[in-house]
Write a protein that binds this ligand. Structure first.
Ligand SMILES: Cc1cc2nc3c(=O)[nH]c(=O)nc-3n(C[C@H](O)[C@H](O)[C@H](O)COP(=O)(O)OP(=O)(O)OC[C@H]3O[C@@H](n4cnc5c(N)ncnc54)[C@H](O)[C@@H]3O)c2cc1C
Ligand code: SF4
Length: 511
């Protein structure tokens, strides 16, 4: 059996980033990734392939609580889900780390404060080349530094929207974005500001993702070995159960075993929980590190809604994902509890919205709709509920989830609609502006988190403050699993910043 100093399982926001942090440690690192490098092919930017045919999603079938089939909107690639993400890279707010009263219950306190992670947010933003501008978001947390890269500008229709929203008393701001765009010097810009970014892989490798920014630069290092097509199926402990000694891995079709001193599990919140549960043994009969019975529980994914606002005004915007609104994040005069976060989506095209339009909508109307629409994405915090959980039953992945905390979120959507109606009352081809909303189904597990939360108390958490399992001395979980609460902004920058934080801890440990 080959032995390594460190084994990392998974190469997404968590695994790819911690690899970056550890790559120069001089230690022998083995990276096990069940996927391959995503092909750089024309289909990367083909709506039909990406959305309707789900070319980059796994074909795995999971089950819901009522035993229905669930086709997860997730992919297994070097870079994990950052290959297709929208690269909106937000910090959580200071209060997101504290105990907060929501309409539906309590969002629990984190074992670290915002100040503890702030330096790592700076490091994360530099590593993923986040473009933004500080001082505009009314809920922005303390920043010790301005963004290293300038904000991505609004195109004229979005600038007009920005001005209209400002006149209505809101404080729209630039979405912090991980794209390698150089607006001052277009010739040196890798990113061409195209209309197939949010939800698509980048054909030009100009999106900052864990593959391009972290994994590829790391594998040039002699001490780093990456095995793709390498699906970890079990972690094995020693007899007393306090250390992992090896992993069982299917490499293409062959079974291999590798051993290491330290193991970092970064398979994503759902698959990391699955691996812990599947690795049950006589020392850990309910799954590894699961004395608390919290592994797989408290699964969160955000309350999310996409909305197409079809306005009377044409919208020729190409790259639309530049504007966000946080005025309702903590509530408003009428509703004193957190409501959520609003941001623009990438500009939808006919192929993307045809499934959501009323069935009688003819193609030419769809065409007019997309040329007149502005597309929104809204997220609200869902609260950790132990009954919302990942389980492995008869070797199948089961996902139980009941929505919660939706009242404030729905109020926020209504507020936004009212404001947009009041802005846009003109006339053109479409007689009235209207809004198609779509609640994002459970299968879209893009914002999965919480399944192995970190905490001080071994009875209520799986990981300690350094994301090491309470029970197994050399096992860390470094991905979206550690979130005790989900906040309402996109999760990746927090996963990345935390991976850098844990990487620093591991560097200290192996000194
Ligand atoms: C369409 C879409 C848009 C999104 N947009 C945004 C956005 O704009 N901003 C944002 O912050 N977030 C966004 N997200 C969410 C973001 O992609 C995730 O939060 C992030 O990728 C999670 O990081 P992770 O490390 O937890 O897991 P992942 O990135 O999913 O990485 C898990 C890795 O583990 C590998 N793996 C799994 N099981 C095994 C196994 N058994 N053996 C070996 N390897 C394994 C996987 O192949 C993968 O490489 C989006 C997600 C989607 C799907
Ligand atoms: S907008 Fe830029 S980063 Fe996004 S897909 Fe297009 S070229 Fe790539």
């Amino acid at each position: 059996m080959q032995h390594y100093d460190i084994i990392i399982i998974g190469t997404g926001a968590g695994g790819g980033t911690i690899l970056h942090k550890l790559k120069n440690s001089g230690k022998k690192i083995l990276v096990l990734e069940r996927g391959t490098f995503m092909p750089q092919e024309k289909e990367n930017w083909d709506t039909d392939e990406v959305f309707r045919k789900e070319r980059y999603h796994t074909k795995e079938v999971w089950k819901t609580e009522d035993d229905k089939e669930l086709h997860p909107g997730t992919g297994y690639w070097v870079g994990g889900n950052t290959k297709v993400y929208g690269a909106a890279l937000f910090r959580l707010r200071e209060k997101d780390f504290e105990k907060i009263q929501h309409a539906d219950g309590i969002s629990i306190e984190w074992p670290i404060s915002y100040r503890d992670i702030e330096p790592y947010y700076n490091e994360a933003e530099k590593l993923y080349q986040v473009h933004g501008k500080m001082g505009l978001d009314p809920t922005e947390p303390y920043r010790s530094e301005e963004y290293a890269f300038p904000e991505v500008s609004h195109e004229p229709r979005i600038q007009e929207l920005h001005n209209n929203l400002t006149e209505k008393g809101l404080h729209p701001f630039y979405i912090p974005l991980g794209v390698k765009l150089n607006e001052a010097d277009a010739i040196r810009s890798k990113c061409i500001r195209c209309n197939t970014c949010d939800g698509f892989p980048c054909l030009l490798h100009a999106k900052s993702d864990a593959d391009i920014n972290c994994v590829r630069p790391a594998i040039d290092n002699d001490t780093v070995t990456l095995l793709t097509n390498a699906k970890v199926i079990k972690l094995n402990t020693n007899n007393s159960g306090n250390e992992i000694v090896s992993v069982d891995v299917e490499v293409v079709t062959e079974l291999h075993q590798f051993s290491a001193d330290i193991f970092i599990l970064s398979a994503g919140a759902i698959n990391s929980a699955v691996l812990l549960l599947k690795s049950a043994n006589s020392s850990h009969p309910n799954g590894l590190a699961n004395k608390s019975s919290q592994v797989g529980r408290n699964f969160m994914k955000h309350n999310s809604t996409a909305m197409i606002g079809v306005s009377t005004k044409p919208n020729p915007t190409v790259f639309q994902k530049t504007l966000a609104v946080n005025d309702f994040y903590w509530g408003d005069d009428e509703f004193k509890f957190p409501m959520g976060h609003i941001q623009l989506l990438g500009k939808s095209n006919k192929g993307q919205i045809s499934g959501d339009a009323p069935f009688f909508t003819p193609g030419f109307v769809l065409g007019e709709m997309v040329t007149h629409s502005i597309d929104w994405w809204m997220t609200g915090e869902d609260l950790a509920d132990p009954e919302n959980r990942v389980q492995v039953i008869n070797d199948e992945i089961h996902l139980d989830y009941k929505e919660n905390n939706t009242e404030g979120f729905e109020r926020m959507i209504k507020k936004l609609k009212d404001i947009l109606y009041s802005i846009d009352s003109g006339h053109s081809f479409i007689p009235h502006s209207f809004y198609l909303t779509k609640n994002i189904p459970l299968a879209a597990v893009g914002h999965q988190c919480g399944t192995a939360r970190f905490g001080i108390d071994e009875i209520t958490s799986v990981l300690d403050i350094n994301c090491r399992t309470h029970e197994i001395n050399n096992l860390y979980v470094v991905d979206g699993s550690f979130f005790p609460s989900s906040g309402a902004v996109n999760p990746s920058l927090t996963i990345i910043a935390n991976a850098l934080r844990i990487g620093e801890h591991i560097l200290e440990r192996i000194k």
